[in-house]
Write a protein that binds this ligand. Structure first.
Ligand SMILES: Cc1ncc(COP(=O)(O)O)c(C=O)c1O
Length: 452
């Protein structure tokens, strides 16, 4: 069961920002790095802090500033930084056998069997990779091999990685790619806050989305759709939740048309939302799932998992890679699952989510600039708007809240007008409360400064 004492921190000591970040040492080191390192993320460009240490749900920078971690890197360190069991497992294999191509190793066997034990019934084929993107690419090739069909449908604002076909599943404008690959099509996905199609009472009409998909397949594609690929909850897109009836209906829609359903769970799996797979919230079992980020808690290990009946298709795609499934990677992923089980972390992530939901629901009532809040376990989003009726995005407010909270000691992810939050699921309740206080203070100050 979850033991808060294992992760407790002294809230008189944490957070503690002595020097306004980025402090002088951060600036000095970042200056040296950024003279050479190009292509930095918006997160780093907005706040070029140099971190030197992470423990549990805390981070320290090179100027001695202490932060509460509310981003888990970028949805990665779900079990907190340097969980001793994960670090020891990696160190053990780093000293014994680092790579043996895709030969079986004892630790790989243990991981594969454990993974199938914790996932919903029906899965029977796994391949391991070193990034979410390669797992997604493998999923696409597997779907083509399994169905003999070649086209894909994905959703507006989803994100699946930055290689050729993964990019073709997403918005193209920021990736500098030539064009969408042939056979890749996109459709709108239901967003309860900003619905495209509604019933007469204004609520989102899921059926209308499915009617559109049907029409779109007939009119816009060759009809040879191998798979519908989507994130269960959009991460980069702003923690966009589907209505509860969506995935059940989409499963039926795909089955009726012999289209495979691929859930890209790189961001949402392994406890992030309080379940191993986010799709379990809706009792829907996708044909193919991709796992990443929290799967290795920071060690680069990812997976493509397919239902038993599609396992043979994986044999057809030349699926193995140089690093996929190396002993350190397997040890990290196995240790993560064991930690989640032994420490009762799915239940704790759910409990944290209930607390976060309660706090954030109040913000919608209390603050004029908070249009909507969303939360499943430890995956959360707050949407800031200029006006609750027009729902006009408030990017300036998003930037201000992000920077204010960071300066108060909360390390987290900026995303325009949608504040994205993904605390580690090991976080004790008092630390979670402190973090929410900091965000609320930042929202209140921002609202006042902007004259609302
Ligand atoms: C849903 C989803 N799929 C795929 C990826 C790509 O993963 P990676 O950055 O490990 O290649 C990401 C990364 O953010 C993601 O969020």
């Amino acid at each position: 069961m979850y033991d808060p004492a294992a992760y407790s921190i002294d809230l008189n000591q944490w957070p503690n920002v002595k020097v306004t970040p980025p402090g002088p040492e951060s600036e000095r080191l970042h200056g040296r790095a950024s003279a050479i390192m190009k292509g930095l993320s918006g997160q780093v460009r907005l706040f070029p802090v140099v971190f030197s240490e992470g423990r549990g749900c805390t981070l320290t920078d090179v100027d001695g500033n202490r932060y509460i971690d509310f981003s888990s890197g970028i949805y990665v360190t779900t079990l907190g930084h340097c969980h001793p069991k994960v670090s020891e497992a990696v160190a053990k294999w780093a000293g014994r056998l680092m790579n043996a191509h895709d030969f079986t190793t004892p630790v790989k066997v243990e991981l594969l069997e454990k993974l199938l034990e914790v996932l919903p019934k029906g899965y029977g084929g796994v391949q391991l990779y070193d990034s979410g993107t390669t797992a997604v690419e493998a999923a696409l090739r597997t779907c083509r091999a399994a169905t003999g069909k070649h086209e894909f449908i994905s959703c507006f604002m989803d994100f699946h990685g930055k290689s050729g076909h993964a990019v073709s599943l997403a918005r193209m404008n920021s990736f500098y790619g030539p064009t969408r690959a042939p056979g890749f099509y996109m459709v709108p996905r239901p967003d309860t806050y900003r619905p495209w199609w509604t019933r007469t009472d204004g609520s989102l009409d899921t059926e209308k989305y499915l009617e559109f998909y049907d029409e779109f397949i007939k009119e816009g594609t060759t009809g040879q759709i191998a798979a519908f690929v989507l994130e269960p909850i959009q991460g980069w897109g702003g923690t966009i939740m589907p209505p509860d009836d969506f995935f059940g209906k989409l499963r039926k829609f795909c089955d009726e048309r012999k289209i495979l359903l691929v859930a890209d769970e790189v961001l949402t799996s392994m406890g992030r939302t309080g379940k191993y797979l986010c799709m379990e919230h809706w009792d829907v079992v996708p044909d193919v799932v991709t796992l990443g980020k929290g799967f290795g808690n920071g060690f680069p290990v990812t997976a493509m998992v397919v239902k038993e009946q599609y396992a043979d298709a994986v044999d057809k795609i030349s699926a193995s890679t140089s690093y996929g499934g190396n002993p350190m990677a397997c040890a990290a992923a196995l240790a993560c699952i064991e930690v989640i089980e032994e420490e009762g972390l799915l239940a704790h992530a759910t409990e944290l989510g209930q607390y976060f939901t309660k706090r954030m629901t109040d913000w919608v009532k209390k603050y004029a600039i908070v249009g909507d809040t969303r939360c499943k376990g430890c995956l959360m989003g707050v949407e800031l708007v200029k006006d609750k009726n027009t729902k006009e995005p408030f990017d300036e407010a998003g930037k201000m809240v992000y920077q204010k909270a960071f300066t108060k000691g909360l390390a987290w992810i900026p995303a325009g007008h949608i504040l994205r939050m993904s605390p580690p699921i090991i976080m004790p309740m008092d630390v979670a409360a402190k973090a929410m206080d900091i965000i609320e203070e930042a929202i209140a100050e921002t609202q006042k400064e902007l004259g609302y």
